[in-house]
Design a protein around this ligand. Structure first.
Ligand SMILES: [Zn+2]
Length: 180
Protein backbone atom coordinates (compact mmCIF):
# COMPACT_ATOMS: atom_id res chain seq x y z
CA UNK A 1 0.00 0.00 0.00
CA UNK A 2 2.93 2.34 0.69
CA UNK A 3 4.10 1.72 -2.88
CA UNK A 4 0.61 2.53 -4.15
CA UNK A 5 0.67 5.83 -2.24
CA UNK A 6 4.03 6.70 -3.81
CA UNK A 7 2.55 5.94 -7.25
CA UNK A 8 -0.68 7.88 -6.60
CA UNK A 9 1.28 10.95 -5.52
CA UNK A 10 3.99 10.55 -8.21
CA UNK A 11 6.63 10.44 -5.50
CA UNK A 12 9.56 8.19 -4.73
CA UNK A 13 8.28 7.25 -1.31
CA UNK A 14 5.02 6.54 0.41
CA UNK A 15 4.35 5.71 4.03
CA UNK A 16 1.54 4.09 5.97
CA UNK A 17 1.19 3.97 9.76
CA UNK A 18 -0.73 1.00 11.16
CA UNK A 19 -2.21 0.38 14.61
CA UNK A 20 -1.68 -3.40 14.99
CA UNK A 21 -4.07 -3.50 17.97
CA UNK A 22 -7.04 -2.76 15.72
CA UNK A 23 -5.35 -3.75 12.43
CA UNK A 24 -6.12 -0.40 10.81
CA UNK A 25 -4.26 2.21 8.75
CA UNK A 26 -4.25 5.31 10.96
CA UNK A 27 -2.24 7.71 8.78
CA UNK A 28 -0.40 7.96 5.45
CA UNK A 29 2.27 10.25 4.05
CA UNK A 30 4.12 11.00 0.86
CA UNK A 31 6.99 13.27 -0.08
CA UNK A 32 6.02 16.96 -0.21
CA UNK A 33 9.54 18.26 -0.78
CA UNK A 34 9.05 19.98 -4.13
CA UNK A 35 9.39 23.32 -2.29
CA UNK A 36 12.68 22.15 -0.74
CA UNK A 37 11.07 21.68 2.65
CA UNK A 38 11.65 18.96 5.23
CA UNK A 39 8.33 17.33 4.42
CA UNK A 40 9.75 13.90 3.70
CA UNK A 41 7.13 11.16 3.47
CA UNK A 42 7.85 9.89 7.00
CA UNK A 43 7.65 13.43 8.47
CA UNK A 44 4.31 14.02 6.75
CA UNK A 45 3.00 10.66 8.00
CA UNK A 46 3.98 11.49 11.61
CA UNK A 47 2.31 14.90 11.33
CA UNK A 48 -0.79 13.16 10.01
CA UNK A 49 -0.72 10.82 13.03
CA UNK A 50 -0.67 13.98 15.18
CA UNK A 51 -3.64 15.31 13.19
CA UNK A 52 -5.54 12.11 14.03
CA UNK A 53 -4.91 13.05 17.68
CA UNK A 54 -6.17 16.64 17.24
CA UNK A 55 -2.62 17.97 16.80
CA UNK A 56 -0.25 18.41 13.87
CA UNK A 57 2.11 21.24 13.02
CA UNK A 58 1.80 21.67 9.28
CA UNK A 59 -0.95 23.25 7.27
CA UNK A 60 -1.74 20.95 4.44
CA UNK A 61 -3.22 21.63 1.05
CA UNK A 62 -4.88 18.22 1.21
CA UNK A 63 -8.40 17.82 2.50
CA UNK A 64 -8.08 15.40 5.40
CA UNK A 65 -10.70 12.90 6.48
CA UNK A 66 -12.84 13.75 9.47
CA UNK A 67 -13.79 12.18 12.75
CA UNK A 68 -16.45 9.57 12.09
CA UNK A 69 -17.74 9.30 15.68
CA UNK A 70 -16.39 9.83 19.19
CA UNK A 71 -14.32 6.64 18.94
CA UNK A 72 -12.89 6.71 15.44
CA UNK A 73 -11.16 9.25 13.23
CA UNK A 74 -9.92 9.48 9.64
CA UNK A 75 -8.10 12.78 10.24
CA UNK A 76 -4.71 11.17 9.47
CA UNK A 77 -5.50 10.35 5.83
CA UNK A 78 -6.03 12.82 2.97
CA UNK A 79 -9.50 12.30 1.48
CA UNK A 80 -8.38 11.95 -2.14
CA UNK A 81 -5.87 9.22 -1.22
CA UNK A 82 -8.35 7.48 1.11
CA UNK A 83 -10.92 7.07 -1.64
CA UNK A 84 -8.40 5.46 -4.00
CA UNK A 85 -6.95 3.18 -1.31
CA UNK A 86 -10.42 2.00 -0.28
CA UNK A 87 -11.14 1.04 -3.88
CA UNK A 88 -7.94 -0.94 -4.26
CA UNK A 89 -7.62 -2.46 -0.76
CA UNK A 90 -11.19 -3.48 -0.02
CA UNK A 91 -10.43 -5.70 2.98
CA UNK A 92 -8.33 -3.09 4.78
CA UNK A 93 -9.66 -1.00 7.61
CA UNK A 94 -8.80 2.72 7.78
CA UNK A 95 -8.84 5.13 10.71
CA UNK A 96 -7.53 5.56 14.24
CA UNK A 97 -9.04 4.95 17.64
CA UNK A 98 -9.70 8.21 19.46
CA UNK A 99 -8.20 8.22 22.90
CA UNK A 100 -10.75 9.01 25.56
CA UNK A 101 -9.12 10.47 28.68
CA UNK A 102 -9.85 8.60 31.89
CA UNK A 103 -9.23 9.71 35.46
CA UNK A 104 -5.54 9.64 36.26
CA UNK A 105 -4.53 9.08 32.63
CA UNK A 106 -5.27 12.32 30.83
CA UNK A 107 -2.40 12.28 28.36
CA UNK A 108 -3.18 9.28 26.18
CA UNK A 109 -0.69 7.56 23.90
CA UNK A 110 2.09 9.74 22.47
CA UNK A 111 2.04 9.99 18.65
CA UNK A 112 3.21 6.65 17.18
CA UNK A 113 3.23 4.69 20.47
CA UNK A 114 2.44 1.06 19.59
CA UNK A 115 2.20 1.85 15.88
CA UNK A 116 3.98 0.18 12.96
CA UNK A 117 5.39 2.31 10.14
CA UNK A 118 5.75 1.00 6.58
CA UNK A 119 7.84 3.09 4.20
CA UNK A 120 8.96 2.44 0.64
CA UNK A 121 12.30 4.19 1.10
CA UNK A 122 14.71 3.68 3.98
CA UNK A 123 14.27 6.75 6.22
CA UNK A 124 17.03 9.41 6.37
CA UNK A 125 18.59 10.50 9.69
CA UNK A 126 15.96 13.20 10.27
CA UNK A 127 13.06 10.85 9.63
CA UNK A 128 14.60 7.98 11.63
CA UNK A 129 15.06 10.32 14.62
CA UNK A 130 11.51 11.63 14.24
CA UNK A 131 10.31 8.02 14.43
CA UNK A 132 12.29 7.61 17.66
CA UNK A 133 10.88 10.85 19.13
CA UNK A 134 7.36 9.82 18.17
CA UNK A 135 7.80 6.35 19.78
CA UNK A 136 7.16 4.11 16.76
CA UNK A 137 7.09 0.42 17.67
CA UNK A 138 8.32 -1.17 14.43
CA UNK A 139 9.62 0.25 11.14
CA UNK A 140 9.50 -1.64 7.84
CA UNK A 141 11.17 -0.42 4.64
CA UNK A 142 11.72 -1.86 1.19
CA UNK A 143 14.34 0.19 -0.66
CA UNK A 144 17.70 1.03 0.94
CA UNK A 145 18.87 4.57 0.30
CA UNK A 146 22.34 6.15 0.32
CA UNK A 147 21.23 8.55 3.07
CA UNK A 148 19.34 5.81 4.94
CA UNK A 149 19.74 5.75 8.70
CA UNK A 150 18.46 2.24 9.42
CA UNK A 151 21.22 0.21 7.79
CA UNK A 152 22.88 2.05 4.90
CA UNK A 153 24.55 5.18 6.30
CA UNK A 154 24.11 4.23 9.96
CA UNK A 155 21.82 2.26 12.27
CA UNK A 156 20.20 4.85 14.50
CA UNK A 157 17.95 2.28 16.15
CA UNK A 158 21.00 0.51 17.64
CA UNK A 159 22.31 3.56 19.55
CA UNK A 160 22.02 2.46 23.17
CA UNK A 161 21.83 5.93 24.73
CA UNK A 162 18.63 6.92 22.93
CA UNK A 163 15.58 6.82 25.21
CA UNK A 164 13.42 4.84 22.79
CA UNK A 165 14.12 1.97 20.41
CA UNK A 166 12.06 0.44 17.61
CA UNK A 167 12.54 -2.77 15.68
CA UNK A 168 13.59 -2.44 12.04
CA UNK A 169 12.79 -4.78 9.15
CA UNK A 170 13.91 -4.54 5.54
CA UNK A 171 11.19 -6.19 3.48
CA UNK A 172 11.77 -7.70 0.05
CA UNK A 173 9.10 -9.08 -2.21
CA UNK A 174 9.31 -12.59 -3.66
CA UNK A 175 10.22 -11.12 -7.04
CA UNK A 176 13.10 -9.18 -5.57
CA UNK A 177 14.33 -12.25 -3.73
CA UNK A 178 14.30 -14.13 -7.01
CA UNK A 179 16.55 -11.51 -8.57
CA UNK A 180 18.93 -11.61 -5.62
ZN1 LIG B 1 13.71 11.84 5.55
Amino acid sequence: MATEIANLSSNSSGVIVVDPKINSVVAVGYDETSDGSVRHAVMVAIDNVAKSQRGGAWNTSEDLGSQTDENFTLCGIPKNILGKLKEKFRDTSFGASVFTPKNGDPEGPYLCTGYEVYTVKEPCVMCAMALIHSRAKRVFYRTPSAKGALGSLCKIHTIKDLNHHYEVFMVTTNDERGVM
